[in-house]
Design a protein around this ligand. Structure first.
Ligand SMILES: *Cc1c(COP(=O)(O)O)cnc(C)c1O
Length: 380
């Protein structure tokens, strides 16, 4: 089956008892056994649940993976992958990662004798140079949040192979519609399903996808042992959102390109970062490895914090919100919102300047989005 068909249909069969075209929501904690040792494939929802299983199979098929395991959030998915490691292990991580991920690595996992080196993974030589004898994993985000840096998947897979270490990719920004890291040799793909995959700001969720049986078994073990599982209702809501993923992504990208081009021509903006623009430093890599460029854009305003605050407080249609990847256009100011926990010095070193604004272009009429940005920029 082709991708668009898998998105709508994979893993979903009519309910055998009623013919319902949508899978039932099995909102139950436990399953009754026929007799000792004989169940119908389910015993307790922390271990597995029929609605969650449909979602796991659907997500795996969309990514082109053999196996899928769902978690209660994107962060729980990242945390579960890190539980493949042991005390003393080292991870080389993209420097411009999601704020929650760097907080988790630096402030929680560092207390468990795991160590992390944050490097600019758009520079393969820097990644190679950061590998130590105790390195066990490369953790890559591409495109990154919020600077939209793009990492060469082929180069990362080569480094991982040469050093016999795991390659994990947080592919939340790209979605499987535009990038499938497993095809390049990644071992693990993680998504925050909260974002594009569910697409309607309706749930918090995450998943881990892999072709490796050993990793799948370990993830299932961690899922049932730690119990950071999504509710059956939330799984069903993700399934519903997923059905239009390909259509939504096409619109996100089409409008994303229009907004990026508008912003790049605006005289109050110093710089626009969008992998689809030829001015993007890794545009060629993005164009070669991705089937599209999504709807995430960041741009640098002249006038720092006060300009950032003005535009945040002046937009009317764009929602002032931390999240991304949903049907509504959302705008955020990393310095005062998503990345407020990153120490100021580190923020500056990473290029998270005071005038940086991130926009998640939604699927409203693009003229309305452009008009809203135009009136807000006029007030800066
Ligand atoms: C949102 C996000 C996460 C965390 O996901 P939650 O569902 O909010 O826990 C991780 N990585 C990226 C790139 C994200 O955008």
């Amino acid at each position: 089956m082709k991708l668009d068909t898998r998105i709508v249909r994979a893993g979903i069969t009519p309910d055998p008892t009623t013919g319902s075209i949508l899978p039932p929501i099995y909102e139950t904690a436990t399953f009754v056994l026929e007799k000792v040792g004989k169940d119908k494939g389910f015993d307790y929802t922390r271990s597995s649940n029929p609605t969650r299983q449909v979602l796991e199979e659907n997500l795996a098929a969309i990514e082109g993976a053999q196996y899928g395991v769902c978690f209660a959030s994107g962060m729980a998915s990242v945390d579960s992958v890190m539980k493949l490691l042991s005390a003393g292990d080292h991870v080389v991580c993209s420097d411009d990662v999601y704020g929650g991920v760097s907080r988790h690595f630096n402030r929680v996992l560092a207390r468990y004798q795991l160590s992390f080196s944050f490097v600019d993974s758009s520079d393969a030589a820097a990644v190679r140079a950061a590998i130590k004898p105790e390195t066990r994993m490369l953790w890559i985000e591409t495109p990154t949040n919020p600077l939209l840096k793009v990492t060469d998947m082929e180069a990362m897979a080569e480094i991982a192979r040469e050093n016999d270490i795991l390659l994990g990719v947080d592919s939340t920004f790209a979605t499987p519609v535009f990038l499938r890291p497993l095809e390049f040799g990644a071992d693990i793909v993680v998504h925050s399903t909260t974002k594009y995959l569910s697409g309607h700001n309706q749930i918090i969720g995450g998943c881990v996808l892999t072709n490796r049986e050993d990793i799948f078994q370990e993830m299932k073990f961690i899922q049932k042992t730690i119990g950071a599982v999504p509710s059956p209702m939330d799984c069903w809501l993700v399934l519903l959102g997923l059905k239009t993923l390909h259509l939504r992504m096409a619109r996100h990208e089409e409008s994303g390109m229009k907004v990026a081009q508008y912003l790049e021509a605006h005289d109050k903006i110093v710089k626009v970062r969008y992998p689809g623009l030829p001015s993007h430093p890794q545009h060629n890599i993005a164009a070669a490895q991705m089937d599209g460029f999504s709807g995430m854009i960041s741009f640098e305003l002249k006038g720092g914090i006060s300009a950032g605050k003005t535009i945040m407080n002046s937009v009317k249609l764009c929602a002032l919100a931390e999240s991304l990847g949903a049907v509504e256009t959302m705008i955020t100011h990393p310095a005062t919102m998503t990345h407020v926990d990153v120490p100021e010095e580190e923020r500056r070193a990473r290029g998270l300047t005071d005038g940086l604004v991130r926009i998640s272009v939604g699927i409203e009429d693009s003229e309305d989005i452009l008009n809203d940005l135009d009136q807000a920029l006029a007030l800066v």
